[in-house]
Design a protein around this ligand. Sequence first.
Ligand code: SF4
Length: 307
Amino acid sequence: MMAEVSAIEWCDSTFNPWIGCTKISSACDNCYAETLMDKRYGRVEWGPHGARIRTSPANWALPRRWQRQADAFQKEHGRRQRVFCASLADVFDNQAPEGAREDLWALIRECPDLDWLLLTKRPQNIAKMLPAFWGDVRRSVWLGISTENQEELERRSRAVRDVFAERFYPAVLFASAEPLLSPLDLRKSALTFDWIIAGGESGSGARPMSIQWVRELRDQCAEAGVAFLFKQWGEWAPPARFIPSGKPGRFAFGDYDFDRTTMHQVDAYPRQIDLFGARSRMERVGKKAAGRNLDGQTHDGFPTGAA
Ligand code: SF4
């Protein structure tokens, strides 16, 4: 996949060594990659019987180019380029195309001036899939686990801790609570994270996320000194009337201002949901209108990472 400039808020670029995966947890129910690559384009068959497809040599050449341009990127941005790997697969999938993961590790070693963000739902596989030269590449790796609910937070954080208790840790440990499907208590995690990303689900079957779950995560991160990035509300957002915009006759809704006419369109959505009483009521308004504003602020925290 060509993705020199990523639309994902928390990275600069995406790199997919291969495409394809199998759904393994509730966060996967509305997998965006499956919707796009299997259902819409028919490029890959999702699931345990589908073959993962390695991406083209031209795609594999991209990170090498980014590595050659790393000095210029650093000068322009004052930090290293963040490469999300992979948005359409899971790096620790045990059905990866033969040799592809080994080639990926070699590529990471060849590109030490990029930050490689590896996000997985399969941390139980990490131990047997790390390269012998992990010590050479770990400073370029930001390792993340998906933590859509408390059970997965605890299970996946234990798996990562068990791997790295006897090895060197990666440069950054992070958790992606997206889609966030329940409240999270970070104190029960087996890991101390450097960074938490949270977000609600988008797409036609999107499930709502309570505003209280996001607030609690924000507050826990602030208390623990953990960088916090709130990516998006997704399809569902708190009702506009709870967020006065300060402009007469208008309502602020996330990043988006509505006039009264637009509010009528919002009201035309029949779906409202009460997750925990009126203070947590969420309305279906669509991802764009919902924006990424939480209690009047955006949250764009990032960990320090490698120098
Ligand atoms: S792990 Fe990720 S890519 Fe794989 S099915 Fe789940 S959501 Fe989709």
